[in-house]
Write a protein that binds this ligand. Sequence first.
Ligand code: MGD
Ligand code: MGD
Ligand code: MO
Length: 668
Amino acid sequence: MSAWVRSVCPYDCPDTCGLLVEVEEGRALSVRGDPDHPYSQGTLCPKMNRYERTVHSSSRLTRPLVRTGSKGEGRFRPATWPEAIALVAGRWKEIAASEGPEAILPYSYAGTMGLVQRNAGHAFFHRLGASRLDRAICDPAKSGGWDAVMGNTPGPIPEEVLQSDLVVLWGINAVATSIHFAERVKRARSRGAEVWLIDTYETPTAALADRVFLVKPASDGVLALGLMHVLARHGWVDEPFLKAEATGWEALRDEVLPQHPPEQVAAATGLAAEVIVQMAERLGRSRAPFIRVGAGLSRYGNGGMNVRAICCLPAVTGAWARPGGGCLVDASSRFAFPLAEVVREDLLRGHPRIVNMNRLGHALSALRDPPIRSLCVYASNPAATAPDQNAVLEGLRREELFTVVHERFLTDTARFADVVLPATTSLEHPDLYRSYGHYAAQRTRPVLPPLAECKSNWELFQLLAGAMGFDEPFFQLSADDLIDRLLATPAAMRAGIDPAAFAEGRAVELRLPDPRSWMTPSGKIELRNPALDEPLPRWVPSHADAEPLPFRLATAPAVQALNTSFQEREELRARQKGMRLLMNPDDAAARGLRAGERVRAFNALGEAVFLLDPTPRVPRGLVVAEGVFWLEHAPGPRTVNALTSQRLTDIGAGSTFYDNRVDVQREG
Ligand SMILES: Nc1nc2c(c(=O)[nH]1)N[C@H]1C(S)=C(S)[C@@H](COP(=O)(O)OP(=O)(O)OC[C@H]3O[C@@H](n4cnc5c(=O)[nH]c(N)nc54)[C@H](O)[C@@H]3O)O[C@H]1N2
Ligand SMILES: Nc1nc2c(c(=O)[nH]1)N[C@H]1C(S)=C(S)[C@@H](COP(=O)(O)OP(=O)(O)OC[C@H]3O[C@@H](n4cnc5c(=O)[nH]c(N)nc54)[C@H](O)[C@@H]3O)O[C@H]1N2
Ligand SMILES: [Mo]
């Protein structure tokens, strides 16, 4: 007899869906959406609909492995956990004694989003005194752009979009990356809202939109400033709202906006000047425009400013004053769970240096005093997902670098490990989840016993703490003890967390601070932020603007994968139809390139081979590579990040995955 048990999707996606898992004799038979989940309401994406295929994949790692081949070759011998832990702890003690603990670098990201498992290594590495990792690969420019204007104000609840009369999907491929938001947009449209998409190419999300505006990459900041220019010029500005709720409007209007008349914005964005005026008029006259901002436009050298300028718009139109109006960048429930209890910065030894994860290639090859001697990777696959793949692989290939990887699969990164440790999936360990796309939170218990010898992140770092002789009581806590603690904090109480519902594993909607009380130092929306080096949003060019190569390269997420997660699933890879490069048919014809043929895209950093996919959905001068593949599934020896750089964003030192130029030729 099977039973249905509640769980949560652990992946790095704003939807954080509720799951029901059908379990029998220690196996997950099937997975479906939990109809009681307030946000995902019973539906799942095609990846999670068959999550049991990931959990019971024949390629799961089942026991510790120790390298026998050369670096990256992927040849290992099996080992026991006690042997593997003794080996790792022994090497770390040696390194710490000879070169100092800063010679050890942890590298992790969001393979799992659960608050406890995701952050399980922080306290350990703080106590060790290891180099610290600035986990800036995803959203610091996006959240930094919001924070510059809105401070700690949580974003509006996503349901508000249902009350909007004009929905702007700005740099977000919602049907791929936030399907439940896309579903709400459809509902808003059927109630009469107009829907816009602003992107650089026609993504599948265009099917939701009444109007699609294709802009030049990284020009969104200029567009937002230009729209405000027109709003100001025509008096479509909500002066009473600005007076009561915002600071700095006069400075923005008088010092910045005059530089952005429609003609200038037309040249920068590629939109016609009349279109810009029409857009501004529609925004200015709508009752409650709702802007949903995605990450795409933040992944450029000027990405922080792009988001910051957009975040000013709903104050200028006064959209915030009306339900359904405003701007959703992230639903941040930082207020509910005090992560300090997990991360434990108070255990820090000394003042270790901070290494930006976007510069892993540089860190592995160029850091001195001390150089990185050991890398510990968990819940991440940087050999494929970090920018500047050639630099990363060169670092990982260093013979004297001692690399430890805790993983569910033998990923590109795990192949370079000296010690591979097998990890549980989310169905095999407990955790606590919140979301960055909605405001429900949920606790999970293990639904299955751990596969073979797999251990969770939390258990791994407990074992390592024991072997290193760390005797703080924190390292004795179980993951469940820690979750209990988090749920008993005053912050959690204020957020309305109901321990009984949590105990049953039900999703609970958090009580939000009033989203229209601005949590900034001035208590107002800060169109001018005096605390920043650049107090006003200003237009700056992106990194690749000045580069001579003919094509901009966009490296967008794939519908059938999540970064490199799900690459273990053959049926999903088959639907992705290989590692393709989308190009406008006229550009392809001009170069004599044909559909399906192998082409190399290249720039100063490297090259990668793709299968050419000519499509009119991509404008001329742009090429698009959707998805980050495992090297073993690539047509050539490298994947897309051989073409992306370690350059950082203007705000937050974030990643610039979209800020590239390449040339493209037939292979050979
Ligand atoms: N299926 C699937 N879902 C995912 C992921 C995945 O890989 N696959 N990844 C997850 C993760 S980690 C994240 S961070 C989120 C990201 O999800 P999103 O927030 O949607 O961000 P991106 O997909 O990076 O970019 C969104 C869109 O921005 C567009 N874009 C790029 N540059 C520009 C620009 O200059 N201007 C404008 N207007 N648009 C631009 C891209 O073409 C793309 O369509 O998705 C998560 N969900
Ligand atoms: N070209 C290009 N590159 C990109 C992006 C892009 O859009 N284009 N997107 C970027 C973004 S937004 C992000 S967030 C990063 C993400 O980059 P990564 O953090 O590297 O994400 P994934 O590739 O999903 O790798 C996560 C790994 O964690 C493992 N894992 C899952 N659960 C657990 C667990 O409980 N314990 C352990 N130890 N391991 C686990 C999975 O098996 C998987 O291999 O990629 C970035 N890279
Ligand atoms: Mo991300």
